[in-house]
Design a protein around this ligand. Structure first.
Ligand SMILES: CSCCC(=O)C(=O)COP(=O)(O)O
Ligand SMILES: [Zn+2]
Length: 197
């Protein structure tokens, strides 16, 4: 499923140019893809299994592979939110939404908001925005702080970069990622049109 979802996210433009992807938790194990490879071509034997402290449990077939640089960020969502899957998207809507400024994106009164667990139509969706760093791993501490400061969010944006989204399992994480992508796209379009909600 991890490999299949990487292919689908690549087709959506969420995991192009080797970045982005998804990790999935299976009990006490977390499966992650290799770093810096074409995510749409990742095969089952290329995957790493690690425990929730990041220790290697199952190595990939090729010893030259390294786990995704997103791994420390994925682990924060697993540990702090009991997530079952975490998606990292480089989708353009997420990236563009972060360029409109502020330390959080806020949007409300849209039907699609109901697709986020614990949210209703009238709720304000608040997605914190982190400042980007030179290396993906360096985002881990600020992502942890943002997750703690925003207990209702299922996503954290990274300026000029993308978004991390999670859910209780891969199905909910995928649904959340699709809803947030819709909201980010609408947010950018609304700013272009000069309308607000
Ligand atoms: C063009 S990818 C730049 C690095 C990045 O943003 C990223 O998400 C890398 O992830 P990886 O899984 O390849 O370590
Ligand atoms: Zn990235």
């Amino acid at each position: 499923m991890l490999c299949e979802l990487c292919r689908r996210f690549h087709a959506l433009g969420w995991a192009s140019g080797t970045g982005g992807g998804i990790s999935i938790r299976e009990g006490e194990r977390v499966w992650v893809a290799p770093s810096g490879v074409h995510k749409e071509l990742v095969a089952e034997e290329d995957l790493f299994a690690i425990d929730l402290d990041g220790a290697l449990v199952v190595p990939p077939r090729d010893p030259a592979l390294r786990p995704s640089a997103c791994t420390p960020l994925f682990l924060h969502a697993y540990r702090l939110r009991e997530a079952g899957a975490v998606i990292h998207s480089h989708g353009k809507s997420a990236m563009l939404a972060t360029l409109l400024g502020g330390d959080a994106l806020r949007i409300s009164r849209l039907e699609m908001i109901k697709g986020l667990a614990g949210h209703g139509y009238r709720d304000e969706v608040v997605v914190p925005i982190l400042e980007n760093t030179d290396r993906e791993e360096e985002l881990a501490d600020t992502l942890e702080a943002a997750i703690r400061a925003h207990p209702r969010t299922h996503a954290v944006l990274v300026r000029a970069h993308g978004v991390y989204v999670w859910g209780r399992d891969w199905r909910q994480a995928k649904a959340h990622a699709e809803v947030y992508d819709y909201l980010f796209d609408v947010y950018v379009r609304m700013r272009e049109l000069g309308v607000s909600r």
